[in-house]
Design a protein around this ligand. Structure first.
Ligand SMILES: [Zn+2]
Ligand SMILES: [Zn+2]
Length: 159
């Protein structure tokens, strides 16, 4: 049992390392800096199963950066969002790591109300249709969020 959990931890660590590496490469290419704080927030997010609120993230960040304050976390999150590494879940005011941030993509989110897991779908069809409908109303979309709350496949099986 103990061995199993150690194994799980090292797989998680590898996953975090890999994600950090690709984020670093992207930042370098874009000429932006993944500062130690941004890096830390990013790696915390790689370890979460679902979306996490800013204050919970702040508490976790404090173990590494004891003097972190709310603006610290909000600035880091804003940066990560701008780089497309993190999506904001507006309906629960929380943040989730993007499942494939190497590519810019339209995103729609499926949020499990039971376990909090957030699954991304990338439908350019939904995105285009949304923009087309907005245009019909003479509306210019600056930012678009499509979120659905329900029960994920795992939780349905567990019931
Ligand atoms: Zn994404
Ligand atoms: Zn679930």
């Amino acid at each position: 049992m103990k061995q199993q959990s150690t194994q799980k931890q090292s797989t998680q660590k590898q996953k975090t390392e890999q994600l950090l590496l690709s984020a670093e490469v992207l930042c370098q290419r874009r000429g932006v800096r993944l500062t130690p704080t941004r890096r830390e927030v990013f790696s915390i997010l790689t370890e979460q199963d679902g979306a996490v609120g800013a204050y919970d993230l702040l508490e976790m960040l404090k173990t590494e950066v004891p003097n972190a304050k709310p603006p610290t976390i909000y600035r880091a999150l804003e940066f990560l969002q701008n780089q497309g590494f993190v999506h904001k879940v507006s309906s629960s005011n929380s943040y989730v790591l993007c499942s494939h941030f190497e590519k810019q993509h339209p995103v729609q989110m499926l949020i499990c109300g039971h376990c909090g897991n957030v699954q991304e779908i990338h439908s350019s069809g939904i995105h285009k249709e949304f923009l087309a409908q907005a245009e019909k109303e003479g509306f210019t979309v600056q930012q678009q969020t499509v979120e659905a709350v329900g029960i994920c496949a795992n939780c349905q099986q567990a019931d």
